[in-house]
Structures are given as structure tokens and as C-alpha cells.
Design a protein around this ligand. Structure first.
Ligand code: BGP
Length: 472
């Protein structure tokens, strides 16, 4: 008989990991035949203020040294993304780029030599700029075929060694970032929100085809999303606020995972889109594609929670703000007095992390993988050349404790990837907002030698991993 009182805690094969993404860490943005991505172009726009993607953390040249640091840490898995533009510089070239292929072969092989499981994101915000120039990127259905071809290329090249795949990072956040979608300049008569929802629909089809391709080409591998889970609490017990929180969860989070898992837009989402006049155009056969794309696990990125309040219909909308979206007639956010926040106003909520595991497992009964969780802040080298980031340790400790409690409750969690292994170019604040366990000694505009310095959190995480989560 199963002993239900027995504390399960972290399984022996738990993937204690860390993550990064290509454009944020690699640099070498035009080396090895790489093409320009939308993430490169977006970073160049504020290159007078923040570090851009040209050098980033220098991982393209220093990856062997960085993997040695991962091995010393005892990392079990490393989540990284492949730059579409290293494999197909223009997104849909006739032949893949051999130098790009070799780079990721070397990266994967080096990880495996050290016993580190590669977890591969196919697309992390960095669509090839050439596809925007050719046909407006995701606005065209051609992007679905091009992504499918790219995904199949990766699965054929690396599927003999990579067991975990993530097709698209944070689709639900990415569709709110105009600069990553080619939505900054519209033709006369175009309605931005309608285009946004058409783009989203095409990404769903692309993600579903990548899942089906993985099941076909690499049946031994597992594939699932890495979405941004942005849960909301009701701002008060006023019933309208309770509904507002539910609307926030549905319209920003669950519509995405419901579609991934069940292969169709849920009725509440179709109703919402229809009311706004944003229902996407579909084609016969799409429903078969979506149904065939059901994932094996749910990966989620977790940083913050929100407090949602009913928002009267006459309020001005904001569909793109990450921290303060306003959906008139549905919800807007107010500060949560019970939570502290980072200097970037990201509310810190370890208990919300436990709630997230419950929400997602109760809803889908699929294994869960944490694909990102971490704290972005300024870190400063002290007079001894060290970084005492106890604030990051506090953040991670609180979250890992709550994850352990969720596991004790019986929720299957495959792994945890703290963001980020090393300092990266933050998608909004360059190197001013650091996330790494390893410090990269560079300034915003001056890359210096890109020296690596282990932070206190690195030594702390090493103990957590070697004690299998018991020494927090
Ligand atoms: C997630 C992204 C990452 C990352 C992180 C922190 O949204 O997947 O790429 O950067 O959030 O966000 P930011 O860099 O804006 O602080």
C-alpha cells in the first residue's frame, strides 16, 4: 500500500537545471553564417543605452568554459535555445547552414560529455528578420511551413541526443511584443489587434506541427510548451473582481494551454475574440493539425503574480503592457499589498508558484517542467571581487520550497530551470538587470573581457543540487 504520509520530495532523476536563450547569451550575431533576427534588430534600437546582441555574454565563443562551470555546479540539465538564424539565416534557405549546425552539435555533445541533459527551445523570440521582410513573418501562413521545416531539421539533426524539446518560448507573451512580430508599422486600414490574433493562430498551428513532427521523428523524446504563466488573484472578494481574475487567467494563460492540450480554441476564447471582431481566419484541415499537436508535458516560466480588478468597458485598453495590461470590460491590475516587489515592480510570490503547479496539474494532469524562474536585479562586484546575491538566494529558496511542497502533494514535476545560468542581455534592460548564477564582467556598452565570476547563489545552488533539494 502506498504510504500517503511519506514525504516524496524531489525525485532522484529530477532535472536540477538552468536556462538561457540564444540571442540573450551567444553574441557572435553575424558569425558562422548567422542571419539577423528580429531580436537582434530590436536590441540595436536601444544599443546606445543597453547591451545589444552583438556580443551579449560571449557564449558563442566561451561555451566550453561555461559548460565546465555548469558541470562544476552539478547541473543536471541545461535549457538553451537554438537560433533559427544560425540554421536557416533567412528562415527558409534551400540548405541549412553547416557552421550553425556544427555549433549546436558541439554544444550538445559537450553537454552530454559532462552528463548534462540538453533541453532545447526551438524558437525563443528570434524569428529571422528575413521572414518579416519576405512576407510579414507570422502574418503569413508561409511561416507555418517554414517553421515546420526548421523544426524537422532540428529533430533530424539532434533528435538522436536531445530528449526534451520546447517549440516556442512564451507564445502568450511574445504576441504582446510588437517589435518581435513585425507589428510596428502597419499598412493603411490594417487593424493591429486583428493581425495580432491571426499571428497567434498561426503560431498555434506551427507549435502543433512541431509537436507532431517530434512524435513522428523522435518517438522516444518528449515535447511541450514553455509558456509564461502569469496568474492573477482577485484584488478583493468583490464577485466582479473574482471574475476579473478568472478572465485574466483565461485570456492571458489558459486559452493558450487549453489550445495546446485540447487542440482547439476554448469556447470562452472564441467568444472573447468574436466580441472584439478578432476571430482569426482559418482553413479546412486546421482542426486536424491542432488536435495532433498535444504535448507530453507542460513547461512554464514563472516570475510574478498579479491582482486583478474589474475594469469598466469605457477604460482605455492596453493589450501589450506586460505588467499593466488593461482589457476593458474584463480586468486591469492593481498592486498586491501582500507581496514585496523587485525594483522593476515584479511582485515576488513563492506561494503563487505552488498554486501554479496545482492550477496546471488539476487542469491537464500532465507532468510539469519549470522552464524559467529567477530574479532580475543589479548585481555589483564587492571590494573582494565577489557577488553576495543573498536576495537571489532568498528568492530561489522560497520558490524551490514551494515546488517541493507541490511535489509532496503528488504533483509530478520533471525539472526546474532557474533563469539564468549566466548573466544575459535582459529582454528589456540589458545587463542592468542580471539574472545569472554566474556574473559576466561587462558593462552595458563596454564588453571588457567578459570574465566569469561565480556568485554566492552559484555555490548555494550547488549545495541544493548535491543534497537533492534538502539543503536549502
Ligand atoms: C522571460 C523570457 C526570458 C527572460 C525573462 C526575464 O519572459 O523568456 O527571455 O529574459 O523573461 O525577462 P526580462 O529579460 O525582460 O527581465
Amino acid at each position: 500500500m502506498t504510504d500517503l504520509t511519506n514525504k516524496r520530495s524531489f525525485p532522484d532523476d529530477f532535472l536540477w537545471g538552468a536556462a538561457t536563450s540564444a540571442f540573450q547569451v551567444e553574441g557572435g550575431y553575424a558569425e558562422g553564417g548567422k542571419g539577423l533576427s528580429v531580436a537582434d534588430v530590436a536590441s540595436f534600437k536601444h544599443a546606445d543605452q543597453y547591451a545589444d546582441t552583438t556580443i551579449a555574454s560571449g557564449f558563442y565563443h566561451k561555451y566550453k568554459q561555461d559548460i565546465q562551470l555548469m558541470a562544476e555546479l552539478g547541473l543536471k540539465s541545461y535549457r538553451f535555445s537554438i537560433a533559427w538564424t544560425r540554421i536557416y539565416p533567412n528562415g527558409n534557405d534551400e540548405q541549412p547552414n553547416t557552421e550553425g549546425i556544427a555549433f549546436y552539435n558541439n554544444l550538445i555533445n559537450t553537454l552530454l560529455e559532462y552528463g548534462i541533459e540538453p533541453i532545447v527551445t526551438m524558437y525563443h523570440f528570434d524569428m529571422p528578420q528575413a521572414l518579416i521582410d519576405q512576407y510579414n513573418g507570422w502574418q503569413s501562413r508561409k511561416s507555418i511551413d517554414d517553421f515546420d521545416r526548421y523544426a524537422r531539421t532540428l529533430l533530424n539533426l539532434y533528435g538522436d541526443r536531445v530528449k526534451y524539446w520546447l517549440p516556442i518560448n512564451e507564445q502568450n507573451l511574445m504576441i504582446r511584443k510588437d517589435k518581435l512580430l513585425g507589428l510596428e508599422h502597419l499598412e493603411a486600414g490594417e487593424v493591429k489587434e486583428k493581425l495580432r490574433h491571426q499571428i497567434n493562430y498561426h503560431m498555434f498551428l506551427a507549435a502543433a506541427r512541431a509537436v507532431a513532427a517530434c512524435h513522428e521523428l523522435c518517438p522516444q523524446a518528449r515535447i511541450g510548451p514553455a509558456f509564461a504563466y502569469l496568474p492573477a488573484y482577485p484584488a478583493s472578494s468583490r464577485p466582479e473582481d473574482v471574475l476579473a481574475a478568472q478572465d485574466s487567467d483565461r485570456l492571458l494563460n489558459h486559452y493558450l494551454t487549453d489550445t495546446y492540450v485540447y487542440g482547439e480554441y476554448p469556447a470562452y476564447y472564441k467568444h472573447y475574440l468574436a466580441r472584439q471582431g478578432w476571430l482569426p481566419e482559418t482553413q479546412p484541415g486546421d482542426e486536424v493539425i491542432l488536435k495532433a499537436g498535444s504535448p507530453d508535458f507542460i513547461g512554464f516560466n514563472y516570475y510574478v503574480t498579479f491582482a486583478a480588478q474589474y475594469c469598466p468597458p469605457e477604460t482605455a485598453a492596453d493589450y501589450t503592457s506586460i505588467l499593466n495590461p488593461v482589457l476593458p470590460g474584463y480586468f486591469r491590475y492593481v498592486p498586491n499589498d501582500y507581496l514585496a516587489a523587485t525594483e522593476y515592480n515584479w511582485q515576488i510570490d513563492p506561494t503563487g508558484f505552488r498554486k501554479s503547479f496545482r492550477d496546471l496539474y488539476d487542469r491537464y494532469q500532465l507532468p510539469l517542467m519549470v522552464t524559467e524562474n529567477g530574479l532580475g536585479t543589479a548585481d555589483v562586484l564587492d571590494s573582494e571581487g565577489k557577488i553576495d546575491d543573498h536576495y537571489r538566494i532568498d528568492y530561489l529558496k522560497g520558490h524551490i520550497e514551494q515546488m517541493g511542497l507541490a511535489i509532496d502533494e503528488g504533483i509530478p514535476v520533471i525539472g526546474y530551470h532557474m533563469w539564468a545560468f549566466i548573466d544575459i542581455v535582459s529582454s528589456s534592460n540589458g545587463f542592468s538587470k542580471r539574472y545569472g548564477l554566474v556574473y559576466v564582467d561587462r558593462d552595458e556598452l563596454e564588453p571588457k573581457e567578459l570574465r566569469r565570476v561565480r556568485k554566492e547563489s552559484y555555490f548555494w545552488y550547488k549545495r541544493v543540487i548535491s543534497s537533492k533539494g534538502t539543503d536549502l
